[in-house]
Design a protein around this ligand. Structure first.
Ligand code: 16G
Ligand code: ZN
Length: 418
């Protein structure tokens, strides 16, 4: 250990005197302004843990769903598991050591854990998009480098296909940055399009005419609905927001593909269809047999109990590979209409009730007429309001032919809600 360098860098990330924090359920979490020293020290600790385990250690800078002004950090052990409990204690000791005691605590930990300081160390650092996260993750990097560890800043190369899951892995979205640095989101609507068109092509190949339907919510981009209905000739149905509504509707078809724009979704196959495809895979010849076999395998890949981001990803990756599609070609199937979502605080969100799968407001009287009049002012436009089922707010959605129009329309509709 280069104690001189540690002292020098630690002073740049000095601990406020007397501040005590605890490594809790989700690591350290508090107001971002109190975390600089913790980040630096967790960088140091991650290096020691990496040297001890002779493996890569993860450091995640986030406070998840906490308010934006909060932040946090947790360490992740080599197999992706939570940090070992004895090291949680070390983390708390190190984070709370006053400036003059910090080095001694660091040496104590490496002695207690018999860390071979000559060992290489490798740390992967992740962070969210909070305003404070960039600087705080830089403090982690300072800690890692001062102890001679190597780190990896995840970086997305242009045109590279990426996908993300939400925390409980029941939502998935794909995305990429194009050569001009523009971000392209491939949401649940485009995933439903890819999956349903692939399934439809296989059915044509097999020579089966089964009824296949796509289920969406009011949040589905108008371009996706138009593409599915007009280009793909697949019937599209709209239900209320929430997986349970989509799932139950999708069960009405031989093959029901459902996705919310936010990435919740899967495909459901009736028992009769599954049997039929199995038979076809055994009885048919050549190309038809091959297509039936492929469909049989794809059916197995879906999680039909619930939308499952991991199995959705495997299905999508299989389809892209089989069709030889790049993420850009997939994205280019249609262009999303610019859209805007807003939320409005009202005294009682229950005064708004809706019908037609949340696309029309029934109460308060006059609201839907007002929305209709606003929508008429813009091209390719659509807007709706609905009370949130998860927060005490009313949600507003608007889409139109340009981002400016979508923004205006959403704003005007939100004023009509008051
Ligand atoms: C819940 C739903 C999600 C829906 C969201 C809408 C499940 C598993 N989750 O998270 O499907 O999109 O609520 O929230 O059904 P909101 O009513 O606040 O707009
Ligand atoms: Zn989820």
């Amino acid at each position: 250990m280069d104690l001189g360098a540690i002292t020098k860098y630690s002073a740049l990330h000095a601990k406020p005197n007397g501040l005590i924090l605890q490594y809790g359920t989700a690591g350290f979490r508090t107001k971002a302004e109190h975390l600089d020293h913790v980040m630096f020290r967790m960088g140091l600790l991650a290096v020691l843990r990496s040297k001890q385990t002779k493996s890569t250690i993860g450091v995640m800078v986030t406070a998840s769903h906490n308010p934006e002004e909060d932040n946090g950090v947790k360490l992740v052990d080599p197999l992706g598991e939570m940090l070992a409990p004895s090291w949680e204690e070390h983390a708390t000791c190190l984070a709370n050591a006053e400036e003059q005691d910090m080095q001694r605590v660091l040496i104590d930990i490496s002695e207690k854990e018999a860390v071979n300081l000559q060992q290489d160390a490798f740390v992967v650092i992740g962070r969210d998009t909070r305003p404070s996260s960039e600087k705080l993750s830089q403090s982690v990097i300072d800690g890692v480098t001062v102890l001679g560890g190597q780190f990896h800043g995840m970086e997305i190369k242009s045109n590279e296909r990426c996908c993300s899951f939400d925390g409980d892995a029941d939502r998935i979205v794909y995305y990429y940055h194009d050569a001009d640095g523009h971000f392209h989101l491939i949401d649940g609507d485009k995933i439903a399009t890819l999956i349903s068109s692939f399934l439809k092509e296989l059915l044509v190949e097999i020579g089966e005419s089964l009824n296949i339907g796509v289920v969406q919510t009011a949040y589905a981009n108008g371009s996706s609905t138009r593409y599915l209905e007009e280009v793909m000739k697949v019937p599209v149905y709209c239900t209320k927001t929430g997986v349970k509504h989509l799932h139950h509707k999708a069960q009405e078809f031989d093959i029901g593909v459902y996705f919310e724009a936010n990435g919740h979704g899967t495909a459901l196959f009736s028992t009769a269809v599954e049997m039929k495809i199995k038979q076809s895979a055994e009885q048919l010849e050549d190309k038809k047999r091959k297509a039936a076999k492929m469909l049989e395998n794809i059916i197995d890949l879906f999680n039909q109990a619930a939308g499952d981001a991991i199995s959705d990803m495997l299905v999508i990756e299989a389809i892209l590979a089989l069709k030889g599609l790049t993420v850009q070609q997939w994205d280019a199937l249609y262009t999303d209409l610019p859209n805007r979502q807003l939320k409005v605080q009202v005294a009682d969100r229950r005064v708004i009730s809706t019908t037609d799968a949340e696309r029309q407001a029934v109460t308060p009287p006059g609201l839907q007429e007002a929305i209709n009049d606003l929508v008429k002012k813009y091209k390719l436009s659509r807007a709706f309001v609905r009370p949130s089922g998860t927060e005490d707010v009313v949600r507003v959605y608007a889409e139109a032919d340009s981002q400016e129009s979508a923004d205006h329309l959403a704003h005007e509709v939100s004023l009509a809600v008051f």
